[in-house]
Design a protein around this ligand. Structure first.
Ligand SMILES: Nc1nc2c(ncn2[C@@H]2O[C@H](COP(=O)(O)OP(=O)(O)OP(=O)(O)O)[C@@H](O)[C@H]2O)c(=O)[nH]1
Ligand SMILES: [Zn+2]
Length: 240
């Protein structure tokens, strides 16, 4: 029974094949060249493996473009340390922009639970890593999210997950703030939601104006958080 088959960018296959009934495990490097492992050897196979998958055609295309860029910058892509760099960079950029293919609504609705709790829920200091859409340089910092339930609570981890969905795109901090806010507001339909983002932008630190200590704060409030007392309680609880 074929469990999974992964082709890397050089067309090499890794196959994981496991017949649980017979308790035999096959693991190989090509479609036609299995290594047969007896059940006693199963202990050498990791019980958990986190696999990264990339579209081969897209990766090849981005890799070639990176090769040209690196050469245009005056480097030699055939030197030892740079041989695999175009492919690494192609994979890194696809990782950092994977949010385009993810559905934040599906993530939230996947863990909404009926509950009568109707006080403020705050998840603060969520790490943020995104890319500024003007220079394709990182901006990074913290996101603080609060909501007041309206019959439903949401799995806590889903809030950082939707931060990542919107952060792993080419972004501006203002739009990122609004997208997180609107997604929670429209999906969970709470009594209120608040989002504050504090971030440093590498395009202002490493180049351009070269300011190392400036932090940009953006915020958005919906429902109950539009009331000054509720908003102030939230800001006090996140230490602002
Ligand atoms: N509002 C906003 N601006 C951003 C964000 N990230 C980067 N920027 C700004 O985008 C602007 C782009 O301005 P341009 O004048 O077109 O680009 P530039 O010549 O590279 O500008 P400098 O960075 O000032 O050298 C810069 O002022 C950046 O600081 C963001 O998340 N929100
Ligand atoms: Zn920028």
């Amino acid at each position: 029974m074929l469990q999974s088959c992964h082709e890397n960018i050089d067309g090499e296959f890794t196959i994981f094949c496991c017949d649980l009934q017979l308790r035999n495990l096959f693991i190989g490097k090509s479609t036609f060249n299995f290594i047969f492992i007896q059940k006693e050897e199963i202990k050498y196979v990791m019980p958990y493996k986190n696999l990264e998958e990339y579209n081969i055609e897209v990766t090849k295309d981005i890799k070639e473009r990176y090769k040209n860029i690196i050469e245009d910058l005056g480097e030699d892509t055939s030197r030892d340390g740079l041989i695999k760099t175009p492919e690494r960079a192609a994979k890194a950029m696809q990782f950092l922009t994977q949010g385009y293919d993810q559905d934040p609504v599906e993530i939230l609705t996947g863990a909404m639970f009926k509950e009568s709790y109707n006080e403020m829920v705050i998840v603060k200091d969520i790490e943020l890593y995104s890319l500024c859409e003007h220079h394709i340089l990182p901006f990074f910092g913290k996101v603080h999210i609060a909501y007041i339930p309206n019959g439903y609570i949401v799995g806590l981890s889903k809030l950082p997950r939707i931060v990542d969905v919107f952060a792993r795109r080419l972004q501006v901090q203002e739009r990122l703030t609004e997208q997180i806010l609107d997604c929670i507001n429209n999906t969970l339909k709470p009594q209120g939601v608040a989002v504050v983002i504090e971030a440093s932008h590498m395009c202002m630190m490493m180049r351009g104006v070269q300011k190392q200590n400036s932090i940009t704060t953006t915020s958005g409030f919906r429902g109950q958080f539009e009331k000054i007392e509720t908003r102030n309680e939230f800001l006090k609880l996140i230490g602002k």
